[in-house]
Design a protein around this ligand. Structure first.
Ligand SMILES: Cc1cc2nc3c(=O)[nH]c(=O)nc-3n(C[C@H](O)[C@H](O)[C@H](O)COP(=O)(O)OP(=O)(O)OC[C@H]3O[C@@H](n4cnc5c(N)ncnc54)[C@H](O)[C@@H]3O)c2cc1C
Length: 339
């Protein structure tokens, strides 16, 4: 019997395992191998302020330091400071998990399948039965445990597509283009390459013609594509995180900024919060209350702002102007719109 069983060794699961391994009997079930963890079509832009206690630099995972963000709408561009990283997701997750392995947690390679009847009685993986006091769902959008209580619905997600393009000079700027009120294109620097992406609200399917014309516009029409992929991104109001002895964190718990779709920072912050609660012997309900006080309420407000933004250009313009104006309201909105 484990104290804690974590399903998923991505950003949220590895951050939690790293912090719990010294004090608890922990196992992580992950369907990918250690040589693959963290890899997914996501450029890994994240603000530095999310990291407390450990940072990407500790694991050689700060691929690039980012200093600014440029936002373009209809031919107009605005530039703001951004203090953050492009994260090498694989190095980050692997570094955290290897450090946790040194503290003696158990790594189970396999696809977790919960046994659910009036609650989760146990989880099966790698032909084993795994019992634990607390089960943490850090399985990303697939939400293998949380989904038993609150199933995913299509409208809860945006769809993100990313291509890694050969070449690029690194750089220290994130380049974001608001194509219309439902679609955003971006060009983020990476190590020896460039990531070009496209997010569409509502997960209605990608318009590849629009993506091609966006790439032509930014001069990358003929560029060699090294890798491509698409994934769902939670883009919805915050949900409950605790169900009986199951806690959902990261994308499984919709701890994602509904406007920017930035989920790396919040995944780490919520993993930290849960680790601290468990170490202090607090109840899961106390953890959930803390989450709502510190992040959940903010994300709920942003969800409502997001719904207004999705209705058309005018509010979008208003938000962009307010966000970038150097007044107290602009500063407050900037704080809420963290990546
Ligand atoms: C195109 C795109 C661009 C993005 N850009 C950014 C960005 O620039 N900045 C940002 O902050 N966020 C971004 N995000 C969001 C970010 O990727 C996620 O919010 C973040 O990765 C969430 O971490 P997680 O640990 O919850 O999930 P994940 O990192 O997805 O990890 C989930 C893990 O669970 C494992 N797993 C799943 N099912 C099972 C199972 N049944 N058994 C065992 N293991 C399982 C998976 O293999 C995976 O390792 C982007 C997302 C997309 C799709």
């Amino acid at each position: 019997m484990y104290d804690v069983c974590i399903v998923g060794g991505g950003i949220a699961g590895s951050s939690l395992a790293y912090q719990l391994a010294p004090d608890f009997n922990v196992c992580v079930i992950e369907k990918k191998g250690l040589d693959e963890v963290g890899r997914k079509p996501c450029p890994g832009a994240v603000e530095r302020s999310w990291f407390k206690g450990f940072s990407p630099e500790d694991f050689g995972a700060a691929a690039l330091r980012i200093k600014s963000m440029r936002l373009s709408v209809g031919g107009r561009s605005l530039r703001v400071n951004f203090d953050g990283y492009v994260l090498n997701r694989h190095r980050f997750c692997r570094g955290l998990l290897e450090a946790a392995l040194g503290e003696g947690f158990e790594w189970v390679r396999g696809r977790a399948e919960p046994s659910f009847k009036d609650g989760i009685s146990h989880v099966r993986a790698d032909e084993r039965r795994i019992d634990a006091e607390v089960y943490v769902d850090a399985s990303g959008s697939s939400a293998v445990l949380r989904g038993c209580y609150l199933p995913n619905r299509r409208e809860m997600f945006a769809l993100g597509y990313m291509e890694t393009i050969d070449g690029g000079d690194g750089g220290d700027e994130l380049d974001i283009h608001l194509l219309n009120h439902r679609e955003v294109g971006w060009i983020f620097p990476a190590e020896h390459s460039t990531n070009v992406g496209y997010v569409t609200a509502g997960a209605r399917g990608l318009d590849f013609r629009k993506l091609r014309s966006f790439k032509r516009e930014i001069g990358l029409g003929g560029a060699r594509v090294l890798e491509r992929g698409q994934k769902l991104i939670p883009s919805y109001k915050p949900i409950r995180l605790v169900y009986d002895n199951v806690v959902a964190i990261g994308d499984a718990g919709f701890t994602v900024n509904p406007i920017t779709c930035g989920g790396i920072g919040p995944s780490i912050a919520v993993a930290n919060m849960l680790a601290e609660s468990l170490k202090r012997g607090k109840s899961l309900e106390a953890f959930e209350a803390k989450y709502w006080r510190s992040l959940g309420k903010k994300f709920e407000k942003l969800h409502h702002v997001n719904r207004v933004l999705r209705k058309g250009w005018l509010p979008l313009w208003w938000a962009v102007r307010t966000y970038y104006d150097d007044n107290p309201l602009g500063k407050l909105i900037k704080q809420l719109l963290r990546i």
